[in-house]
Design a protein around this ligand. Sequence first.
Ligand SMILES: *[C@@H]1O[C@H](CO)[C@@H](O)[C@H](O)[C@H]1NC(C)=O
Ligand SMILES: *[C@@H]1O[C@H](CO)[C@@H](O)[C@H](O)[C@H]1NC(C)=O
Ligand SMILES: *[C@@H]1O[C@H](CO)[C@@H](O)[C@H](O)[C@H]1NC(C)=O
Ligand SMILES: *[C@@H]1O[C@H](CO)[C@@H](O)[C@H](O)[C@H]1NC(C)=O
Length: 914
Amino acid sequence: MGHVNETNRKDFVQNVKHLRLSRLIVILSLILFIVPLITHYYLSSVELSSDRITHNAHSHVDLPEDLNFLSETDLKSRIDELLRIKGSVSSELRDMENKRQKLQQELQQYSRQIEQLKQELAHQQTELDKLKISVQQAQVAQREALEQNSPELALPKKLVANELPDFLPLSSKTVSKLCRLSTCFDHSRCSLTSGFPVYLYSPDQYPVMNSGWDVDGFLKTTLKQALGYNPHLTSNPKEACIYLVLVGEALKDFDQPSEDISYSENIPLNSEALKHLPYWGGDGRNHVLLNLARRDLSVNSKDLFDGVDTGRAILVQSTFTYSRFRSGFDLIVSPVIGPPGGDVWQECALMLPARRKNLLSFQGELKSARTVQIKENNSQYTLDNFIQKHLKELSQTSTSDKFYFEFECNPAVDDNMNLGLTDWALCGTDSSRRALLRESTFVLVFAPVSSELISTSLLQARVYEALRSGAIPVILGGDQIRLAYDEVIQWRRVAIFLPRARVTELHFLLRTFPDSDILLMRRQGRLVWERYLASVQSTIDTIIAVIRDRLNIPPLPVESFPALSVFNETFQPIRTVVNVEEEQDESLGPLEPPYNSPAFKRNFSLMLTQGYEIWNDWGDPFHLYPSLPKDPMLPSDAKFMGSERGFRPIGLGQGGAGKEFSEALGGNYPREQFTILLLTYERDQVLLDSIARLRGLPYLNSVLVVWNSPKPPSPELRWPDIGVPVHVIKAARNSLNNRFLPLENLNTEAILSVDDDAHLRHDEILFGFRVWREYRDRIVGFPGRYHAWDINTGNSWLYNSNYSCELSMVLTGAAFVHRHYFYLYWKMLPQAIRDKVDEYMNCEDIAMNFLVSHVTRQPPVKVTSRWTFRCPGCPQSLSEDDTHFRERHKCINFFSTFLLFNCWRFFQVLYASK
Ligand SMILES: *[C@@H]1O[C@H](CO)[C@@H](O)[C@H](O)[C@H]1NC(C)=O
Ligand SMILES: *[C@@H]1O[C@H](CO)[C@@H](O)[C@H](O)[C@H]1NC(C)=O
Ligand SMILES: *[C@@H]1O[C@H](CO)[C@@H](O)[C@H](O)[C@H]1NC(C)=O
Ligand SMILES: *[C@@H]1O[C@H](CO)[C@@H](O)[C@H](O)[C@H]1NC(C)=O
């Protein structure tokens, strides 16, 4: 049916065209035929009559004898007549000359009209073509919508438990020891759509420690606070999936004589109190016992939970013995030695240079047993002594590498950091250790002496300190231990794990590491440290995220920024239809109704398919994002073999240039549109002109204007109607950071950020869009800049906007950026950077470039534009220019202390089609 209509219409259109043409031809031929005819007729008659006259006159003159027959009067009248004829002939001639001129004019006019009509025809033809493409694409979209006979799968209603755990007595003691997620965890409380509610027992209301023991007060308050910031926390025990119990950091002094160590009152944890927790349910299912002690309580392989029946609860702590640790069930964490929360960036040590003063360092002392004697013949004890001896010798050999080893603490100045058990105690003070670590490329970390131990707080604390200062941990006895959260964190990329026996090969091994690998490991260590270890907040968030991840429950969605319109209900802006001079003669693509990018499609598959990347690379395991720049794409042949939905292959897959190319988006990603985001401050007319120019821009979803001025727009402003929604959003305050607000109505993945005065042609914009679709994780845009090394001072960076073949930034005054980076701008960048942007009222575009390069370790992509592209954001006057650039130099140097700058960005330029 639709097909018939389509051909009918085509015929009709062609008929109309044909008719018009033939009419033209008729007029034309008429004119061309008749005009010469008339002209010829007149001219020949004029010739005829003049011939006759001259002939007559001639005959009279030539025959004087005739004159004799003529009377004088006759002659006179003849002359008069001749004169009269002459007069009438010349007037006739004049008339004819006039007519001829008029006809010529008419002729010109007609040919002009023909030209105009021809142009009009061509224009109508392109309009028609454009419409045809739009119609075609709309039909494809409609067919897809119909074919998709199932509705979009939406999240089912949030399903949470609604009763407290039943009482189930623990069947036998062995169950606890053999607990696995499959045998001891109650999945029925944790539906996939539950959002993973977490309940915390108030440590004051439900104390679980024996008298004389307590959870450290600082820890108690900061943990409670940190949990309060975690969105999974619930106050309703009925709906909770897991129940957290704070245990540990015992305050009892271990340095006191401890002959009564075996007495039950010296067991800190009270089994009875645990069993009487209101939701324990007889066996402690789905309970998590959190022991985030900063000191090792364990004495000779004893730990906090020794002699305590923990039922089916999950244990979370830093110190574990092999016999206690239930892999995949219990969780090894890093002790909380960092600040409660907030930005940890100021703690970061510099990444560069790759090689530091010391190749390897160590600061610690192998303590003999204090509370419990270590067995003399413990082979590892002996081995560690051998290692010590070997390393001492190594540091005395003559080699260009520097080592710093301190195997004996100085009790006079060192912190009392012996953590209560026989092991490698820490030497030095916190600040002296930090200073040494900052000067060390690698740092030694010894596995616990007792081979029974799989992890200790001390070990984890050493790794924490090393990563904080950018020293790469080399773990001797790395085959014995496990580091925190190793089910999700790829520690091999961060630390070097070596069996103790390799100590003699250690120096050789470390020498083989090139600078690039050193930096890669340091950088990875910093990522892991910042995200998962640095503060109490990150520790708590990580523990909850790891347990949630085990159950494959997605994180909670990231919050967007509410988009409040500057217009209120009573006042709606005046809209006018604008007529801008046509920029394009050719069709650039279909005009389609708004089509939002699909969002939240991978809630349940993301962590399965890209979990390791999310935890260890560019991702954020704590939030669920609508879409990611690194979302996988289908192979290019899939769209012809069953996965065609949404795809718009060029020439239906045959490919092609020109018309076919402009008809379809092509590429390896399904169809999509982009949003234009404009930041404006009191430049109404400039803004309105910019908006008006967007009329008829294919693939444009909507325009968002962030109104930075505190003054609302004047009610007289006439907002151009450009065929797509234009939202004007009130900014809370005037800040350039508002350019990257993750607004709730950013409905597409592609955001074209433009200055309100930028003038881009439609074909340039669309070329940029097509390029961005193939480089979705980068900034793709027009104004390229670079950071240059200041060769005069030799110690800083300079911002440079001169034309250059080397580019490292693409300014967001005219660039495509993935929506995801708008969230990261607020979630990942340190507050200090946004503060700097506010302080200077400058540099937000540089910050965004730093962010994206930091995440992707890739350069931006520059798309060429007309040479006339003005420098948006470049101030007009010279003095302004100076401060502007000085600020931008400062910004680059400031930002590079926060964000890793060790990835020099190469230039990459793509040429526009014209
Ligand atoms: C995925 O999660 C988001 C955010 O919670 C939700 O809006 C969406 O409906 C979910 N989609 C599916 C298919 O579950
Ligand atoms: C340690 O081993 C040596 C020789 O192997 C033996 O003579 C000595 O008695 C052992 N010491 C202890 C405390 O077992
Ligand atoms: C709505 O906006 C108009 C124009 O900005 C203003 O004059 C009016 O007072 C506003 N009304 C309310 C209820 O805020
Ligand atoms: C840019 O080029 C001009 C002219 O070559 C030069 O004077 C100026 O110093 C350059 N600016 C920078 C920042 O390199």
